[in-house]
Design a protein. Structure first.
Lengths: 113, 114
């Protein structure tokens, strides 16, 4: 069974129309990450949560926001998507202590039209 | 931000050959992870390394955590066509407090000719 689940797998949104991507986990991991991955590039870290503590990357645009209402769920909000925000968005989780494997969801492919 | 240098960028090999790729960083990591990503999918964890000098195998895959904690390599022995994909290294550092960044290398695209 999938342990990190992202919904939807594919999302089409209009230019400028707010969109929310969701991630849920059954692993009870402390840390949840959001990455943006463009074609043939490495995943780029946008931000991560350690429990409720939010850590934003310095170069993450203000257009990207995140919410983590509880341990299991984390959301990525794009307030005004531009054409350049079309990408694969990946969610991952890991523990803090002990083994630090990070497990990824299958990703959400975002298209902006 | 933190940079991971992964090489080579791409490899074209014949089925049955061995493959080696590596990652280096400018700072110390406390965890090294190796992933494989197929098109349209999320990265899948292959091997996780937690201690300097650690050598870990997963089937035909072997990875090592460098002694300096600033590098790691991945070897694939006797490659097969389904090894095709993009391989990423990733390192996790505790930057202090609640900051547990997981940074990726740029990936190695592996093509295996049958």
């Amino acid at each position: 069974d999938a342990m990190v689940i992202q919904n939807p797998r594919y999302q089409v949104t209009q230019f400028g129309k707010p969109v929310t991507l969701s991630c849920s986990q059954t692993l009870n991991h402390n840390v949840m990450y959001w990455y943006q991955q463009k074609s043939s590039q490495a995943p780029k870290l946008l931000f991560h949560y350690y429990d409720k503590d939010f850590n934003n990357e310095a170069d993450t645009p203000d257009n990207f926001q995140s919410r983590r209402p509880n341990t299991s769920f984390c959301f990525l909000d794009i307030r005004s998507p531009g054409l350049g925000d079309a990408a694969m968005y990946l969610c991952a989780t890991s523990r803090v202590l002990g083994g630090a494997e990070a497990f990824f969801g299958q990703g959400t492919r975002l298209t902006v039209v | 931000g933190q940079q991971l240098n992964q090489s080579p960028q791409s490899m074209f090999i014949q089925e049955g050959e061995d493959v080696s790729m590596n990652c280096t960083s400018s700072s110390i990591f406390n965890t090294w992870l190796w992933y494989k990503q197929d098109p349209g999918e999320g990265p899948v964890l292959l091997i996780a390394l937690y201690k300097a000098g650690e050598l870990t195998s997963n089937g035909r895959l072997t990875a090592q955590f460098g002694i300096t904690r600033k590098d790691s390599f991945l070897n694939i022995s006797a490659s097969i066509p389904s090894d095709v994909g993009i391989y990423f290294c990733a390192g996790r550092e505790n930057s202090g407090g609640s900051n547990y960044k997981l940074t990726f290398g740029k990936g190695t695209l592996l093509t295996v000719n049958p």
